[in-house]
Design a protein around this ligand. Sequence first.
Ligand SMILES: C[S@@+](CC[C@H](N)C(=O)[O-])C[C@H]1O[C@@H](n2cnc3c(N)ncnc32)[C@H](O)[C@@H]1O
Length: 202
Amino acid sequence: MGISREALRYNFQFLILTLAVRLWIPAERRRVINALGLKPGDSVLDHCSGLGGNLAPLCAAISPGGRVNAMDNSPAMVRAASRLATRRRLPVTVEKADAMALPYPDDAFDAVMHTGAINQFGDQRQAAMDEILRVTKPGGVICIQDEGMSTARAATRFGRFLIKQNPMFLDPIPIELVPDGVNARVERVMADLFFNIVFRKP
Ligand SMILES: C[S@@+](CC[C@H](N)C(=O)[O-])C[C@H]1O[C@@H](n2cnc3c(N)ncnc32)[C@H](O)[C@@H]1O
């Protein structure tokens, strides 16, 4: 009895998804984080850290001697990221916190990394950015990433499929969150599916 076309297609899709989650996405995260210019000894906040996908590359960038704090408002995410940090022996403190009221003093971090929630914040986006700016040291690096597909990608079959699953892929890049007069590097990452805004706090 042969394998049906349907089974082959299912296995192929599963293989592609597994490779993306295991290899491609972590490699993209490393590439973006390596371009932030972090150095050993730096303190970094992984903002809305979710399952902790940014933690290993952030720790690699600030080791030896640095520290990473991670926060998320979901207890399940905090538990998952804490477990990951323990399993991989990463120098990370994970805590439950709200992005609109961060539990850190002013100018606490050399860098703040945010991936994947700013689009959901709606009219709270500026409040979240004000908090990120507050806890970043003057001259510190802020990196904001979220869904934001290029026009070319949106016109492809893959792009249309993703937009159907999640219309936020069509959200414009929220460049208005960068403080007036500040130069920001704005780019598309992850196969033109996400935007990346990087700037230094004045
Ligand atoms: C799409 S996940 C991204 C997770 C992670 N940064 C990553 O790169 O995989 C977005 C995360 O933001 C968190 N989140 C949403 N609103 C939040 C808020 N107001 N304060 C803190 N975390 C929030 C969610 O719990 C979720 O874990």
